[in-house]
Design a binder for this molecule. Structure first.
Ligand code: CTP
Length: 403
């Protein structure tokens, strides 16, 4: 009964492998989980809701409204109820809808409302699985923090042999159990993360900003939360969102607001990761009205902002850790080292603007980590999620061995 007390949504879509979902459902119930099946119309062509409701002991949900009495099935309530959502089998079509937010059925709306970890077990023909469209959608789902349970290689319903077989129910069950029982390495730790750009007001309609998307900082926040940490994310204006329930976002706009939010939060934290691209200068006299266009040149006087990382470096206690970023174009290593010293950081993550695929507005990054002992680690070009995992690994290594 390793899943006693856990609420699980089992999403079933239209694939031959849907029959295996009944076995998976049985195994989850045997482990003590409470399971709510949500099935697509196509899923019902492959397995009957009667079998599934008998096994789960609950009516199967498929439509937005109950067919008999018109009761509304609340995907929002379901999403909040669940500790975990598994979509097994997941077809190429459902994967595509999930990746792109096409909420035209109960399963995808429930997915969009879910605050819990989501596991996806694809099942399809080998060519469909290998198609760039499917692979791109899978990458997108991974970037949202969802876990893909890779399909196996073997005989497929089409008669062909290849990668696309849904993972066996027993293995998926072990995966689920493991996700609940794995010791989270950063349990009971709290981190501050800064992310995104800052906007410095010029007048009521204009600002000075930069190209930071916030993707790197949000990926770090998700990774820390995945490892069990509580995260306060002080974020400049970005279009990315934080999905993990362990992340508390404090939205700010200017460098001054980011400074205030960060210095207020830092004392209660075990560490801070400064990934924001903070403006170095801000207009000295922002105007509260729109400045009119004129014939003369326009000069704006700028004053330096406060260095948040340096302020936290000064305030930091022996048990707190501080991680900074450096974005350099010249003398990269030397400049990064100087920043590490000046801001009293434990390590600094250098992204070079000279590297293709690294830095602002891209989904990948190539970093070098330099620590206080002057040890330098060079990493390959990777997705920002993988880079975040490398950075968090290094953070975990800085805490005493009890972790
Ligand atoms: N940083 C900060 N507050 C600032 C400026 C920078 O917290 N006002 C942090 C960044 O989040 C990053 C690190 O300091 O972690 C280095 O930022 P960077 O812009 O590379 O360095 P600066 O100190 O601004 O130096 P310069 O722009 O002159 O290279």
């Amino acid at each position: 009964m390793r899943l006693k007390g856990k609420n699980i949504i089992l999403g079933i879509t239209g694939s031959i492998a849907a029959y295996k979902a009944a076995i998976l459902l049985r195994l989850l119930i045997k482990e003590g989980a409470s399971v709510q099946v949500v099935i697509t119309s196509a899923g019902k062509e492959f397995i009957t809701p009667v079998t599934l409701s008998a096994l789960s002991g609950k009516p199967v949900v498929s439509e937005f409204f109950g067919a008999n009495d018109g009761t509304w099935n609340s995907h929002v309530d379901l999403g909040l109820w669940a500790d975990l959502m598994i979509i097994a089998p997941a077809t190429a079509s459902t994967i595509g809808k999930m990746a792109n937010g096409i909420a035209d059925n109960m399963l995808v709306t429930t997915y969009l409302s879910a605050k819990c970890p989501v596991f996806i077990a694809p099942a399809m023909d080998l060519d469909m699985f290998a198609h760039p469209s499917t692979q791109k959608n899978i990458e997108t789902l991974k970037s949202f923090g969802n876990t893909i349970i890779e399909p196996g290689v073997g005989e497929l319903a089409s008669g062909l042999d290849g990668k696309g077989r849904m993972e066996e129910p027993a293995k998926i069950t072990e995966f689920v159990v493991d996700s609940f029982t794995r010791k989270k390495k950063l349990q009971n730790k709290k981190f501050l993360v800064t992310a995104g750009p800052t906007f410095e007001k010029i007048d009521s309609v204009r600002f000075i900003g930069n190209y930071s998307s916030g993707k790197m900082g949000y990926a770090i926040a998700e990774e820390l939360a995945d490892k069990g940490a509580e995260v306060v994310l002080v974020s400049g204006p970005v279009s990315v969102t934080a999905k993990h329930p362990g992340i508390n976002v404090i939205p700010v706009e200017s460098a001054a607001e980011m400074f205030a939010g960060s210095t207020q939060q830092f004392p209660g934290c075990d560490g801070a990761i400064m990934s924001a691209a903070v403006a170095d200068f801000t207009p000295l006299q922002p105007k509260n009205r729109k400045i009119k266009r004129g014939k003369e040149n326009w000069q704006i006087e700028l004053q330096p902002t406060k260095d948040i990382a340096a302020a936290l470096g000064e305030a930091k206690t022996a048990s707190q850790i501080l991680v900074g970023f450096a974005l350099e174009t010249d003398d990269e290593i030397e400049n990064a080292r100087k920043k590490l010293q000046k801001k009293n950081l434990d390590f600094i993550v250098l992204n070079s603007l000279n590297e293709k695929g690294a830095g602002f507005r891209v989904d990948t990054n190539k970093i070098t980590i330099i620590d206080r002992n002057n040890i330098q680690q060079n990493f390959e070009l990777k997705s920002k999620k993988e880079v975040a995992a490398d950075i968090v690994q290094k953070i975990i290594a800085l805490f005493p061995a009890e972790l």
